[in-house]
Design a protein around this ligand. Structure first.
Ligand code: BV8
Length: 233
């Protein structure tokens, strides 16, 4: 039995990490185009680096919640392949699976990158990074390169797509947890899982735009509805 789980900002909401699509369409006070696109970074690197510096620093103030931990408990006892794909750039899943070790066959994929990693603009090399980046932060990998957040911006290609698509083509169960289903290609994963014949479940605070693509639905706060549901698996 192979499972693919897709998570979004909603699974981190109860840890205190703001979700993205607040009603005013702004993202922590900024328009997405300004702070989450290569063009925005080129136009105003100081604004974009500061936007990510603040979010990177905030991680030290938050902890994994019961939903992250329930997924870690499932991964510890899961017999088949368990692919956890997150759109989130926080490290809350990583910390949950460090607290509760997963069984073999587990993979955690950050398809939109990670706040605690940076990338050289010339060599593409990635390294762990926990402090601030300056607007034009010299790269240790190449004198003509700079360090940018290791984040997939709009218009950029998400990470590990081949691995994700392979897992979806072989999965028996697909859970989508805490995502509004606005952003592609993640929002299309449920269709790939369905084509593979998987059981698909939408688990979210409220129905999403893609609700009809799922065979089952479970609505409520992730920390309340996820642990009892995962216990049935
Ligand atoms: C790509 C990193 C080509 C940045 C992010 C027109 C139509 C369709 C598509 C497009 C289009 N124009 C452009 C596109 C493509 C574009 C896209 O989809 N745009 C959308 C906005 C229309 N996509 C891209 O550009 C992607 N790249 O397409 O490349 C390609 C594709 C495939 C193969 C080859 C080439 C790149 C997208 C990545 C952008 N980067 N993040 C950063 O984080 O700083 S996306 C960003 O949104 C975050 O990663 C976030 O995770 C993601 C999705 O948001 P959600 O996680 O869903 O968060 P949201 O706030 O929206 O929803 C939270 C949900 O939780 C809500 O439903 C809420 O009800 C629920 N909730 C809240 N509290 C709780 C809860 N649920 C449970 N419990 C709770 N307590």
């Amino acid at each position: 039995m192979n499972i693919v789980v897709l998570t979004g900002a909603g699974i981190s909401a109860e840890s205190g990490v703001p979700t993205f699509r607040a009603s005013d369409g702004l993202w922590e006070g900024h328009r997405v185009e300004e702070v989450a696109t290569p063009e925005g970074f080129a136009a105003n690197p100081a604004l974009v680096q500061e936007f990510y510096n603040l979010r990177r620093a905030f991680l030290s103030e938050v902890e994994p919640n019961a939903a992250h931990l329930a997924l870690a408990e499932l991964a510890a006892r899961w017999q088949g392949d368990f692919t956890l794909v997150t759109q989130n750039v926080d490290d809350l899943h990583d910390r949950a699976h460090q607290q509760i070790m997963p069984a073999a066959g587990f993979s955690l994929i950050h398809m939109h990158g990670e706040l605690l990693k940076v990338r050289c603009t010339r060599t593409g090399k990635v390294m762990d990074w926990h402090s601030d980046l300056q607007p034009y932060h010299p790269s240790p990998f190449d004198p003509s390169g700079y360090l940018r957040p290791h984040i997939v911006w709009f218009g950029e290609i998400p990470l590990e797509m081949a691995q994700i698509e392979k897992a979806l083509s072989e999965c028996d169960l697909f859970l989508s947890i805490g995502t509004s289903g606005n952003v592609y290609p993640a929002a299309g994963f449920v269709q790939l899982a369905s084509m593979a014949g998987a059981r698909t479940v939408e688990i979210n605070l409220e129905p999403t735009v893609g609700q009809n693509l799922f065979s089952e639905h479970l609505y409520g706060h992730a920390t309340e509805v996820l642990p009892p549901f995962l216990a049935t698996l």
